[in-house]
Design a protein around this ligand. Structure first.
Ligand SMILES: NC(=O)c1ccc[n+]([C@@H]2O[C@H](COP(=O)([O-])OP(=O)(O)OC[C@H]3O[C@@H](n4cnc5c(N)ncnc54)[C@H](OP(=O)(O)O)[C@@H]3O)[C@@H](O)[C@H]2O)c1
Length: 321
């Protein structure tokens, strides 16, 4: 099969489209013909092997999976012994390391059925970014109708889902994004939009009950100043850097959390079949409409990863396979 391959850590431009063996089917696993994959920041991090301290889980000297990618949508080709939820021909979506390939083999528990009305490109956008947004709002933020939510970094993959899901929960959403995304995030359900290149949200006289910080562009003290005294800050994205930089906002929030009634902390999302089903229902009923920046071919996936790494993608970048 064709796949994007990077045997060693390095820039995404060094990845190559190559012929590799198809993955073997295992008990409890599902073999898929991948039809679309979506890219996440995690993918360029695992290609580069950064931050270096994360190499313990990515592979110490080289990537543990030569084929990058995580999110996918496709058609079931075959199922291993013990698989109960899927049959050949089913249209499914979920996550599996190595999704930038024509075939992938994933544990049953990492997949869910696609809504009949959805395209493979749409379904492939959902797993990591959609589940992260859902768990940040529902589980950490305990967002319900009327909750005042600030979303910092509203224009990207996680951000565009966060705005839509928060609006679907009835929250009053204020979104922070760049000029080129102002109209987009308003159309996704944000009541207020702050263009960070023109306005500082610290200068507004508003406090939020929940802040979802996807980008860690602001100091913890700035975020806390606009958070209610018993409000909840959910840190999703770390700061830039190859060494400890990404961990600094996370560590500061964890430390400050000990001394305040505000709830301050990092959240690591976990993709579950139940939450994939929740997102599938949102996609089916139109309360979530994935924002797709661009759709590229498998051969163009390395360039698309470089584009995503620049940090200003508009919603999701999708690879058609
Ligand atoms: N904790 C977890 O479980 C988890 C899960 C998924 C992702 N993440 C992390 O979350 C972060 C965001 O992921 P993503 O998929 O949304 O990334 P993405 O698609 O690359 O989006 C990043 C967004 O950041 C925005 N941005 C850049 N500078 C900004 C600023 N100064 N103020 C506000 N927004 C700014 C950009 O929008 P503009 O163009 O409008 O500036 C861009 O769209 C990444 O660091 C990723 O690693 C964490």
């Amino acid at each position: 099969m064709k796949a994007i391959v990077g045997e060693r850590y390095g820039a995404p431009e060094r990845l190559r489209l190559e012929d590799v063996p198809e993955p073997a089917l295992k008990d409890g696993w599902v073999l898929l013909k991948v039809r679309a994959a979506s890219l996440n920041a995690m993918d360029w991090h695992t290609v580069r092997g950064t931050p270096y301290l994360a190499r313990g889980s990515m592979g110490l000297t080289k990537p543990s999976s030569a084929v990058p990618g995580g999110d996918l949508a496709g058609v079931v080709e075959a199922v291993g012994a013990g698989v109960t939820r899927f049959s050949p021909g089913d249209r499914v979506f979920g996550t599996k390391r190595g999704s930038l390939a024509e075939y992938a083999c994933a544990p049953e528990i990492q997949l869910a059925h696609m809504p009949a009305s959805a395209s493979f490109e749409q379904a492939a956008t959902l797993p990591i970014a959609g589940v992260t947004a859902l768990q940040a709002l529902r589980d950490r933020g305990q967002v319900t109708g009327g909750t005042r939510v600030l979303v910092n970094g509203a224009g990207g993959g996680v951000g565009t889902f966060t705005v839509q899901l928060a609006a679907a929960m009835g929250a009053e959403v204020t979104a922070v994004c760049g000029t080129h995304n102002v109209e987009l995030v308003r159309s996704l359900g944000a009541r207020e939009v702050i263009d960070y290149s023109r306005e500082d949200f610290n200068e507004r006289d508003t406090r939020y009950e929940v802040i979802i910080d996807n980008v860690s562009t602001r100091r913890l003290s700035s975020l806390r100043r606009v958070l209610e005294p018993e409000g909840i800050l959910v840190v999703i994205g770390g700061a830039p850097g190859n060494w400890v930089g990404p961990m600094v906002p996370v560590a500061k929030a964890a430390l400050a959390n000990i001394f305040t009634k505000q709830s301050l902390g990092f959240m690591m999302a976990k993709v579950t079949p139940e939450d994939l089903d929740v997102l599938a229902r949102h996609l089916a009923d139109g309360t979530v409409v994935p924002v797709i920046d661009r759709v590229v071919t498998l051969a163009d996936a390395p360039a698309a990863l470089s584009y995503l790494e620049q940090g200003h993608a508009r919603g999701k970048v999708v690879v058609n396979i």
